[in-house]
Design a protein around this ligand. Structure first.
Ligand code: BGC
Length: 740
């Protein structure tokens, strides 16, 4: 008992059992020495002088002086052992020598880039996703970076929104699991490890629901919808100890997220008891003026800090206004202490007060530049992200001995484009990026020939290269077309109203198809595209996203069958833009459309089917999987019982392969209406040809909970459909009852 009292006493004093001060105590001591300006300084973040994603007001010389005065807490876009060391030296000239935090957008890899995030999500492979972030963190931290602005855990149901490429798609459950895997990967063994970076759950919140899919646009939705669909990945991230949050550019029901007391104070720092800090998005504090929410910078600072924004990224509003607001008594200094304290806590946890230069290490940086092991993983991960959409007549995999193969399309010999958007660490310093052409050529047999024709540009109306492409196709036994959208046509500020292949690519495809040669179409994109003609007329289609440094090798591994594709779509693919937003877990309505022919006074379009071109969870394999009847442990459950669900999946085809077995439920009636399907589990399994595997799932009442309009989170007695299958449409269903 005495020992317990002793522990309680020292805990209260902020001292740990070894007599050392705890981080809380160190922070309190430091804060007590700081002037108001120094505290606010911790809440200021400027960008280095590259990679601006918004208007930059910086005058570089002035920023350097501010750092020396202790008026800057963090820099973004400052990277590299040299550069971070140089900046840190400036901070060490300040009165209290408080180290800087270096942040950067490490979004899908760093020196080694991996598939764009939506492509990674298509792998449904949590272990690989985690490992990719482990590698990204190891590489980035070796370049002196402490903090990544990732993962983006915004749920997005609108492929017009360019930033879908940066997230995990439309589903809350899948998005939550992937977000958690990413945080684990980034933060590794914990903050303070030399190969860990602080992660950042962004963009808090509902940024992915921008009206019309137009970036930065408003969001207007019920709090129930917000809590049920958009917030769970953030709540899970907070619970998992993500070091930071970033808020978002949008307003939510009229209040900009940056000043949103409900999400940042009441939920995040209140109910969820989150101890990390919140950085604004680029300039989002100042942008509350054009947004029409605050009349000037002074009011913007007041609203932002009251709303829970701890760090001002590039608005330059906090340093200019917060000290005044405190002195005038408009802002309680305790809000500043709390914000600065949260930031300092992370600096202590990262070990920066022990050694501010600990991450700026040239030797590590060299080891992590074009690291062959990382590239090897990148190659594998790339191939696991590819989704096979069609394979009529089993054209794929191709034999390596096809005599003549033609690669046609504007992306065939591209290198840098394979990175996709958000690949900031790429420097044109001879870094090898495997083009699609080289990847295919390297695997083709010695006696085979690979021809190439560009055919057209990515995004113009020039058809002058068509003739050469057609001639090239005519010489080949198989044509591989590489089409899609430009690598820089998805990403931030890359909303598109028309999401077909850009330019004249579809016309090119039609011309090539006329040659009668077998065509394999590879689609490069950061979002779901619309390509109905191709889907109907081209026998084999793979969705390749943008695969990163090793793209060409990953692609060739799938084309020639070294890897059997097992990716599944993380978003519904629409038939036309008119179907957007389109997502599998919609409500039924009182007049559901039963099929695509009866459109009489049902919830349908008179000129368009309701279902997507390719559903959520869809993806083929070179082999065939057969599902046995699912077995439930009970069809009538009570209270806190567990429902066990099992199904046996057999590989009846000719190749070993991976399958993502998906579990959905439907709550048939509720005090608020429930979606027609909700993903509640999935398992990615490898099955050798001719073999079978039993897959088990469990459901508990926790999985049945939902928010009502008073934001109570609970489940109700009733009937539920349990569904298991290979995608969100192709499922088998059994009904159960579950009573409280
Ligand atoms: C983006 C953020 C990003 C930040 C810093 C903003 O424009 O919305 O996601 O982290 O820039 O680059």
């Amino acid at each position: 008992m005495k020992k317990v009292y002793f522990l309680l006493t020292i805990a209260a004093l902020g001292i740990n059992v070894h007599g050392q001060k705890t981080v809380d105590q160190k922070v309190a001591e430091l804060l007590s020495k700081m002037t108001l300006e120094e505290k606010v300084g911790q809440m200021v973040q400027y960008s280095g002088f590259e990679y601006a994603t918004g208007p930059q007001q910086s005058n570089s010389a002035a920023v350097l002086e501010e750092i020396k005065k202790g008026k800057v807490g963090s820099m973004l876009n400052v990277a590299g052992a040299d550069e971070t060391r140089a900046f840190q030296k400036l901070a060490q000239q300040s009165r209290l020598k408080i180290p800087l935090l270096f942040g950067q957008d490490v979004i899908h890899g760093y020196r080694t880039t991996f598939p764009v995030n939506l492509g990674q999500a298509a792998s449904w492979d949590l272990a690989m996703i985690e490992k990719s972030e482990r590698i990204a963190a190891t590489e980035a931290s070796a370049y002196g970076i402490h903090w990544t602005f990732a993962p983006m855990v915004d749920i997005a149901r609108d492929p017009r929104w360019g930033r879908v490429m940066e997230g995990s798609g439309e589903d809350t459950y899948l998005g939550t699991q992937i977000g958690l895997a990413r945080i684990k990967g980034f933060q590794g063994k914990g903050l303070g490890s030399l190969d860990a970076v602080m992660a950042c759950a962004k963009h808090f919140a509902a940024y992915g629901a921008a009206v019309g899919g137009r970036d930065y646009n408003s969001v207007d939705m019920s709090l129930r919808q917000l809590n049920e669909t958009y917030l769970p990945p953030f709540k899970a991230a907070a619970e998992a100890g993500v070091a930071t949050f970033m808020n978002s550019f949008n307003d939510i029901n009229g209040i900009p997220a940056t000043a949103n007391q409900y999400i940042q104070r009441e939920l995040l720092k209140g109910k969820w008891n989150y101890k990390g800090f919140v950085v604004s998005d680029w300039g989002s504090i100042g942008e509350m003026i054009p947004h029409g929410y605050t009349k000037d910078a002074n009011e913007a600072a007041e609203k932002a800090i009251s709303g829970g924004s701890d760090m001002d990224m590039e608005s330059r509003v906090y340093m200019a206004e917060l000290p005044k607001l405190v002195k005038e008594g408009k802002i309680d200094v305790r809000l500043v202490d709390d914000a600065a304290g949260r930031i300092l806590t992370k600096k202590f946890e990262m070990g920066l007060f022990d050694d501010p230069y600990r991450f700026s290490n040239e030797k590590r940086q060299k080891e992590q530049t074009d690291n062959p092991e990382n590239r090897k993983f990148g190659r594998e991960f790339g191939s696991k992200s590819i989704v096979l959409l069609k394979n009529k007549g089993n054209i794929l995999p191709l034999s390596k001995n096809v005599k003549t193969v033609a690669l046609i399309g504007p992306f065939g010999k591209e290198t840098v484009a394979n990175h996709g958007f958000w690949s900031i660490a790429f420097k044109d310093d001879n870094q090898r990026i495997i083009s699609q052409f080289d990847g295919i050529k390297n695997q083709l047999g010695k006696n085979s020939t690979l021809l190439y024709a560009k055919g057209c540009n990515v995004d113009d109306q020039d058809k002058s290269m068509f003739a050469e492409a057609v001639e090239t196709a005519k010489k080949a036994d198989v044509v591989i077309m590489t089409l899609g959208e430009g690598h820089d046509m998805s990403g931030e500020a890359k909303s598109r109203s028309n999401i077909g292949f850009s330019g004249v690519q579809e016309d090119l495809l039609k011309e090539i198809a006329k040659t009668g040669k077998p065509v394999v179409l590879m689609i490069n994109a950061g979002r779901p595209l619309i390509f109905n003609w191709a889907a109907e007329n081209i026998p084999a289609i793979t969705y390749n996203w943008w695969l990163g440094t090793e793209a060409g090798n990953s692609i060739a591994d799938v084309l020639f069958g070294a890897v059997n594709p097992g990716g599944k779509l993380p978003m519904s693919f629409p038939r036309t833009e008119g179907q957007i937003p389109i997502y599998y877990n919609h409500y039924n309505t009182g007049r559901p459309a039963k099929n695509n022919t009866d459109r009489n006074y049902v919830s349908a379009y008179i000129d368009l089917d309701n279902d997507p071109k390719f559903p959520f969870g869809y993806g083929l394999s070179y082999t065939d999987f057969k599902y046995s009847d699912m077995v439930l442990s009970s069809t009538s459950l009570k209270g806190n019982q567990t429902l066990n669900i099992s199904v046996t999946v057999s590989n009846t085809g000719k190749y070993d392969g991976e399958e993502v077995v998906q579990l959905y439920i439907r709550d048939l009636f509720g005090k608020v209406v429930r979606p027609v399907k909700e993903l509640k589990g999935f398992q990615k399994i490898f099955i050798k040809k001719g073999e079978s595997k039993k897959v088990d799932f469990k459901l508990t009442p926790e999985d049945l909970k939902f928010f009502d309009n008073d934001l109570n989170y609970d489940w109700e007695s009733g009937e539920f459909d349990i569904m298991v299958g290979t995608n969100s449409q192709d499922v088998q269903t059994k009904r159960i009852s579950w009573t409280k």
